[in-house]
Design a protein around this ligand. Structure first.
Ligand code: PTJ
Length: 274
């Protein structure tokens, strides 16, 4: 299908088409398409831009990454499909960062396809393609990890993750940074440092912040992060956006004018259909 660039939702349609194609090719799990739809919904509600609190979370996460002894970024089908390039950029910016394939719906073919995509994007070493260890207490294939990667990591970045593994990683004493647009998901609720932002925006900001090399604390401690305040701030952003949208609709109803949704990044400013 040909997508018209003039379509107001062209960027979103293009990403969907790419994901659907990669699902047909077997790299993205069919369930990954559903997960993407859920993410899009939350991004819509968040105004399709990085909020101030998400940006603060990204700065704190970059600090943790630079401070970590052995940080690892977990990559599933959706992450490889959406953000292989951003993963490679972050891995370059943070040379100690391990990149590990970790799948909920694991098949050897999917793991290899993800490895190929990551390498093509510029990731030098890809862990977890043939798992060599298990995280205890997890029944799903997410438990299958690399003994030089997630198993020994002190900081794990888990984008588009499930709550069970986040809990299991924390139970092992690891610090978990989640990237998830849904502030109510179990992953966001469980993580030590939830980044409520879109995956590509979050990875891009992390790479920028990691490169800045602000001095990491010298006392061996990680900078404290108030995860509950970050989640509350994300919910307040959604609440504010919904309240504004409701007000715009009420005004439009009173005046009898049609109302169109503001363009991404212009939340709060009204835009009327001609
Ligand atoms: O590739 P596999 O086999 O490991 O499977 C991966 C999926 C994504 C299918 C699996 O991890 C899954 O089912 O995930 P969930 O439980 O649906 O959770 C995905 C979360 O990521 C949801 O809370 C979505 O809101 C969120 N999300 C989806 N797309 C994005 C996102 N968050 C940030 N950026 C996105 N682009």
């Amino acid at each position: 299908m040909r997508l018209s660039r003039s379509h107001p939702r062209y960027a979103s349609l293009k990403v969907r088409a790419e994901l659907a194609e990669l699902a047909r090719a077997g790299l993205v799990a069919p369930e990954g398409l559903i997960a993407h739809g859920r993410g899009e919904t939350f991004d819509y509600l968040l105004g399709e831009r990085t909020s101030a609190s998400a940006r603060a979370a990204e700065r704190a996460a970059a600090d943790w990454l630079r401070h970590a002894r052995h940080p690892v970024l977990s990559v599933n089908g959706n992450v490889a499909a959406l953000a292989a390039r951003e993963v490679a950029v972050l891995a370059r910016a943070c040379p100690g960062l391990g990149v590990e394939v970790n799948l909920f719906h694991r098949t050897p073919g999917r793991a290899r396809a993800i490895e190929t995509r990551l390498r093509a994007a510029g990731v030098r070493e890809v862990l977890g393609v043939r798992p060599t260890a298990r995280i205890p207490g997890l029944p799903s294939d997410r438990a299958r990890v690399d003994r030089h990667g997630i198993l020994v990591a002190d900081v794990c970045v888990v984008p588009l993750e499930d709550g069970d593994r986040t809990g299991a990683l924390r139970a092992l004493g690891k610090r978990v940074i989640a990237i998830d647009l849904n502030p109510l998901s179990r992953t966001s609720q469980e993580a030590d440092l939830p980044i409520v932002d879109e995956l590509r925006r979050a990875l891009g900001n992390l790479a920028t912040d990691v490169r800045k090399r602000t001095p990491a604390p010298r006392d061996g401690r990680f900078r404290a992060f108030d995860r509950r305040a970050a989640l509350a701030a994300a919910l307040v952003t959604i609440d504010r956006n919904l309240t504004r949208a409701a007000a715009r609709n009420r005004r439009a109803s009173r005046t009898g004018r049609a109302w169109s949704r503001p363009a991404p990044g212009t939340a709060g400013r009204s835009r009327r259909t001609p």
